[in-house]
Design a protein around this ligand. Sequence first.
Ligand SMILES: Cc1cc2nc3c(=O)[nH]c(=O)nc-3n(C[C@H](O)[C@H](O)[C@H](O)COP(=O)(O)OP(=O)(O)OC[C@H]3O[C@@H](n4cnc5c(N)ncnc54)[C@H](O)[C@@H]3O)c2cc1C
Length: 425
Amino acid sequence: MKQTPFWVEDHPRPAGLGSDELPAEIDYLVVGSGLTGLSAALRLAEAGKQVAVIDSGEIAGGASSINGGMVSPDVKAGIDTVHAYYGPRVAADMWESTVRSVELVKELSRRPGIDAVTHSGGMAALGRGGKQLRAFDRKLEWYRGRFGVDWEVVDAREIDRIVGGDSFNVALYQPASLGVHPARLVFGLAAEVAQAGAKLVSHCPARSMERTRNGMTVSTGRGVAHAGDVILATNGYTTRAPSRELARLVVPVGSYIIVTEPVGKEMADSVFPGGAMTYTPKRLLNYMRRTHDDRVLVGGRRNLRPGLDLEASAVDLRQAMVRFWPQLEDARVSHVWGGRVGVTFDLIPHIGRVDGAWYALGYAGHGVALALQLGHELAGMLLGEDPTSVYATIPHNGRFYYTGRSTWFLTPASLLYRALDRMGV
Ligand SMILES: Cc1cc2nc3c(=O)[nH]c(=O)nc-3n(C[C@H](O)[C@H](O)[C@H](O)COP(=O)(O)OP(=O)(O)OC[C@H]3O[C@@H](n4cnc5c(N)ncnc54)[C@H](O)[C@@H]3O)c2cc1C
């Protein structure tokens, strides 16, 4: 079993992506070369601005090339929660933006050289029993009443068209959701950004920054750059440099994935008959999909902490897979890996400003489409093309117990979530 991401082995990072020269003067310096930073850079560079995107590691070496590739509208907290906090106007604007985010994935994927959409069979939340069925019914009614969604609650009579096996007998199906190949999406996007004239600089950590009379000065591992504006797009890999203030606002949470060796079309069809990607709607959830070459991918976590032992994570995830689909007992796990998702305390993504720089982050494991969308919206604001973004209009708060250093609270939170999930509340 390899402890490396399957996606990057299947679609390696193009050679020469990322130079080692940092331009001294640019209009915009983007810190972080995942989907957020690249999406912002693409819009800015295509508007004729001088842009540099820097990353402390490889280009797109964070979550964006190694995720589950599952794309659907909504934010992690749920627009119903946003509605409860901020009312119908903010909820409607944010919902609209999340729907556009899925369209943005499709649009970008149509560009030559990206071609990342591998599945358009929708996505389904899976469950069992009458209580879960009623919860799905309530959710559908709420979203349909406000936004006219085309989702569907599927009961035991028809569950076979969504998922195989006996473990699940009810589902909430969202037909417009997509599956992508993450490495194709983000490496293709990086190539487009370079093509549009932006400079991509790898192994170039931003260490500190300060405001100047006409912009910002950023000290990096490859020298100093002066920029009119800085965008921090560091999400789950945010540290206390270059902004301690930002590190307080987003918590790095671990996320782990296994894929099996190819199981063959017949077996993959027996698990995912209609091609829908699936997940269990819990606090410590699992998500499951097939890959373009008929592997089974299972993601999730036992504990919210980053950096868990990968072998132990593979054992946990494999156990979940075989519990859901005993026919996969003989399927061998070929890859296991982990990464970091950026979680805000309200589980809503945010655009904001710290220490003179702009930031966009906090997708809570729901960021393939949203990272692209927030990067795009932030660039639109900076260009003066969009008056604002809904993610910039709501407060973004930290908590007194988190300074951007120790995430000690993730272990007790994991225990609590596990207990609540077991109780079904
Ligand atoms: C295992 C896993 C599975 C996931 N599955 C899904 C899924 O199925 N669907 C979904 O929607 N989302 C999923 N996500 C979440 C999704 O991948 C992220 O929300 C999204 O990729 C975030 O993109 P980003 O550009 O904001 O951050 P990232 O892609 O993480 O990029 C941040 C970059 O910032 C760089 N950086 C940090 N600090 C500095 C610094 N000081 N100087 C320079 N560079 C710096 C890092 O090196 C990193 O490359 C998953 C995430 C993980 C880890």
